[in-house]
Design a protein around this ligand. Structure first.
Ligand code: 5AD
Ligand code: SF4
Length: 470
């Protein structure tokens, strides 16, 4: 099954009530990757300053914003269906404004705004500062659009309004956009050129979160390994008088904020991930033993066609480095089945790579052709959907076996777990994650959310470790 993460994380009962009068209500719904959720927190912050308070109930809202994802066709279909349902509410509340943010903005602006008239407002990922003006234009009776992409915007100075409820784990965007041009991927077109955010503002945000009681931060970027501050792509200093910062150095700066603040990061790119990063992870106990390293395919022929910039052998060498430097590091990946020209042999290469690496987790998808991408322009989408889906199912089944192996290897061990909430299945249990990012469930005892506990793992399913506090 194609995996799309769809979550609603609007509203935060702990947000201080703004003293501004005439508060309006904003309902914000996010689709897609963690970056989009992080962007929604920036949007909430910009609009908070203009008198909008978030709500979880769209029926009482003045403004509905959907932060959208274009990565696969299915994500777009889901958003379209949702917009249609919001338009029904509009019939009873004509003053309600419905807007579309994020990755679908550029591509769908004409069809959704002009033809289908499903939205009043369309705003791309680099134009959120313009939202208050655009909303005013809509209030004045116009339709409004700003989908301009920027080479500089990082929203570095904006302090995000945290929309999650747990107050334990927060995201920090360290860069925006992507310059990689993987041939299947729409992101470089929807999110524009890669740019990194100043390291001092990143560290300041991590400190702020820690002071607010957060115990875990995840540094976000499409390709965190190409994070660079004051260094150009040739590795030369831009401003002679100022220091440079690469990702490994940034990771260390954030790790030094507090020894009990856990650090995670996503996403790493096999072509850019250096041993320096792995050594830094190993040096600091609070940097989690977990790397998400998307492989996409196990066939060098397909990797070349995908323009990934590495071969199967290179990828396996990166895995070997991780295992040598941090033997107990968990590794997860992304896999696409049925990319253009993928033969049965190429697919077998993917299965054999999975068997070699035995990933702890995987996010698995079948190929979905995306407009404007190199693959859409140059290659034929020639693997029949039925085969794409059958291959995907084989990959999912194999991953399940590997996830069980990974979880079984934890049984009998005592692991440090950060408690991030109450278990969905039982109020009597807490849930949390170990450093390796396994989900752990255990009876609450006298523990509290946001603290670390040692848990003896007694049994597991393919998705969860089950144990007790010791
Ligand atoms: N079709 C299927 N999966 C895709 N991804 C990106 N673009 C596509 C596409 N066109 C997957 C990749 C990427 C993850 C975020 O989404 O595996 O790593
Ligand atoms: Fe897309 Fe490739 Fe950039 Fe990831 S690295 S966002 S897959 S273009």
């Amino acid at each position: 099954m194609d995996k799309i993460i769809v979550e609603e994380r609007q509203g935060n009962p702990t947000i201080k009530k703004s003293k501004k009068r005439n508060l309006k209500k904003l309902y914000l719904e996010s689709y897609g990757c963690q970056m989009n959720f992080s962007d929604s927190e920036i949007v909430a912050s910009i609009l908070d300053k203009h008198g909008y308070q978030t709500t979880r109930n769209f029926l009482e809202s003045d403004l509905i914003l959907l932060n959208t994802c274009s990565i696969r066709e299915k994500a777009e279909t889901t958003v379209r269906t949702r917009l249609k349902s919001f338009n029904k509410i509009k019939k009873n509340n004509p003053k309600l404004i419905v807007g579309m943010l994020g990755c679908m903005a550029e591509r769908m602006k004409e069809s959704l705004l002009e033809q289908e008239k499903l939205v009043d407002l369309v705003v791309g990922p680099d134009a959120y500062r313009d939202l208050p003006n655009l909303i005013q234009e809509v209030e004045g009776g116009q339709k409004s659009v700003n989908v301009l992409l920027s080479r500089e915007e990082t929203y570095a100075d904006i302090s995000p309004v945290r929309l999650d409820n747990n107050g334990v784990s927060g995201f920090i965007s360290i860069m925006r956009g992507c310059d990689n041009m993987c041939s299947f991927c729409v992101v470089p077109f929807t999110r524009g050129r890669e740019r990194s955010r100043s390291p001092l503002t990143i560290v300041a945000e991590a400190k702020q979160l820690y002071d607010q009681g957060y115990k875990e931060v995840t540094l976000l970027g499409q390709n965190v390994d190409s994070y660079r501050w004051n260094i150009n792509k040739k590795g030369e200093k831009i401003e002679e008088s100022n220091p440079t910062t690469n990702f490994s150095e940034l990771l260390e700066m954030v790790a030094l904020v507090a020894s009990d603040l856990r650090i995670r990061f996503s996403t790493s790119h096999p072509k850019d991930m250096t041993d320096d990063v792995i050594h830094t992870m190993n040096k600091h106990k609070n940097i989690c033993n977990y790397i998400h390293l998307p492989v996409q395919s196990g066939s060098s022929k397909i990797l070349k066609k995908m323009n990934r910039g590495y071969t199967r052998e290179w990828y396996l060498d990166r895995i070997q480095s991780i295992r040598k430097i941090i033997p107990d590091c968990a590794i997860s990946t992304d896999i696409i089945t049925g990319f253009c020209d993928e033969s049965q042999e190429d697919f077998k290469d993917t299965l054999s790579l999975m068997k070699k690496v035995k990933f702890d987790f995987s996010y698995m998808f079948f190929y979905s052709e995306r407009p404007k991408t190199l693959a859409e322009r140059k290659y034929e989408d020639n693997v029949p959907e039925k085969i794409k889906r059958t291959r995907l199912q084989r990959v999912i089944d194999l991953q399940r076996e590997h996830s069980i192996l990974s979880n079984n290897s934890c049984v009998g061990k005592v692991m440090e777990v950060l408690i991030d909430g109450v278990s969905k299945k039982s109020d009597l249990d807490f849930r949390g994650r170990n450093s390796e990012n396994h989900k752990v469930v255990f009876p609450r005892e006298n523990a509290t959310i946001g603290t670390y506990v040692n848990v003896l793992i007694e049994k597991c399913t393919s998705a969860t470790l089950i144990g007790k506090i010791v």
